[in-house]
Design a binder for this molecule. Structure first.
Ligand SMILES: NC(=O)c1ccc[n+]([C@@H]2O[C@H](COP(=O)([O-])OP(=O)(O)OC[C@H]3O[C@@H](n4cnc5c(N)ncnc54)[C@H](OP(=O)(O)O)[C@@H]3O)[C@@H](O)[C@H]2O)c1
Length: 337
């Protein structure tokens, strides 16, 4: 990565005027209704200056939470390494106004100790992440996915010790199903620690958390960081007319391919877009309002390849009311796909 010359940054004075901050479950931590993830667009294929503009625009618009993971890139570790440079340049002064998270749980380095849910992996990984990011601590450390091969006491014990050692302030889990989540939360509770948050995928195309997980998390007082609320761009205006060269489906098709943008999908997207237009919103804005409609969802975790997308997405918060009729219409469109 080549770093451009530093242009000093002063955050907008108005940054706390637009964003609602929602309490994360039964905890003292409030998170912005929209958070920014660095999974895509912060590796070695995105210019450093573009990354900087996205981060600055986010913070200027009240997004106080940046989400990372050990293997975000490409290559693995690169998003954290780049974020470390952003931290050094822009963010160290504003550290106490930020909530920064990272995760471990997927493959990160070779051999038996760079994957899954062992204490060996998680403790080595948080140490590596802190070094890459130029941080003394992260606010939230997640186990990135469940690992039924490791006793839950071992994985949760590692999260507990990471928090107790001051390397993270809170613990979270991601991609756990309802039973796995309940066991993890109870295990933490038995050690005297509250699980802050769960990070599942949630959007109009993937409503699986509505079948049990939201109930568990509501009962246990655990907040939800809903990742991918725009379905990687499919629930936006990105593909309404064509598949742009600079879109994820062409530019970085690791998880969304041009062949996924088919006529069947677009029929649903166009119908949803009609609902959005009637509300005076874009489809991305409607998708965010929809994902945030239940209080158990603390924050919608978006990605962005351009600062303009961040601005458009935050404007969703100007009209967060969804009527019963609109919800029914959306359900009917989704049931038809
Ligand atoms: N825990 C997990 O296992 C897990 C898994 C995946 C993601 N995550 C987290 O969730 C974050 C978000 O994931 P995601 O990037 O897939 O989320 P997303 O918000 O569903 O999709 C983001 C993409 O949508 C497009 N977009 C965003 N706003 C737009 C707008 N206003 N108009 C048009 N297009 C717009 C952009 O695509 P273009 O690039 O085409 O412009 C952007 O890169 C990640 O960064 C990561 O932090 C967690």
């Amino acid at each position: 990565m080549s770093y451009e010359q530093y242009v000093p940054y002063t955050p907008a004075d108005s940054r706390y005027s637009k964003m609602p901050y929602r309490r994360c479950g039964r905890s003292g931590l409030k998170l912005p209704a929209i958070s920014l993830g660095l999974w895509h667009n912060f590796g070695d294929i995105t210019p450093f200056g573009t990354q900087q503009k996205i981060l600055r625009t986010a913070f200027d618009n009240g997004i106080t939470h940046f989400d990372l993971a050990n293997n975000y890139g490409p290559p693995y570790g690169e998003a954290e390494r780049n974020f470390g440079e952003h931290m050094r340049r822009d963010w160290h002064i504003w550290r106490d106004e930020l909530v920064i998270s990272t995760k471990a749980g997927y493959d990160m380095w070779k051999g038996p100790y760079g994957n899954d849910g062992s204490r060996k992996y998680l403790i080595a990984s948080i140490d590596q992440s802190l070094k890459r990011m130029n941080l003394d601590y992260v606010d939230i450390f997640y186990h990135h996915r469940p690992d039924d091969g490791t006793p839950i006491e071992e994985t949760m014990g590692a999260l507990y010790d990471i928090v107790k050692s001051g390397k993270a302030l809170y613990a979270g889990i991601s991609n756990y199903n309802p039973d796995q989540a309940r066991r993890a939360i109870r295990c933490m509770k038995d050690m005297g620690m509250h699980m802050l948050i769960h990070q599942p995928n949630y959007n109009m195309f993937n409503r699986s958390i509505e079948h049990g997980l939201t109930d568990v998390l509501e009962e246990e007082g655990v907040g939800i960081m809903a990742f991918g609320p725009l379905a990687g761009g499919r629930l936006t205006g990105r593909y309404l007319n064509d598949i742009p060269e600079d879109s994820r489906a062409i530019h970085d098709p690791r998880f969304l391919r041009a062949s996924d943008i088919n006529e069947n999908l677009m029929k649903t997207v166009r119908a949803l877009n009609t609902v959005a237009e009637r509300r005076g919103q874009t489809l991305a804005q409607l998708a965010l309002v929809w994902a945030l409609r239940k209080p158990v969802v603390t924050s919608a975790l978006i990605g962005a390849s351009k600062p303009e997308q961040v601005i458009e997405n935050v404007k969703a918060l100007d009209n967060m009311n969804l009527s019963e009729e609109e919800l029914k219409e959306i359900d009917a469109i989704l049931a038809n796909r």
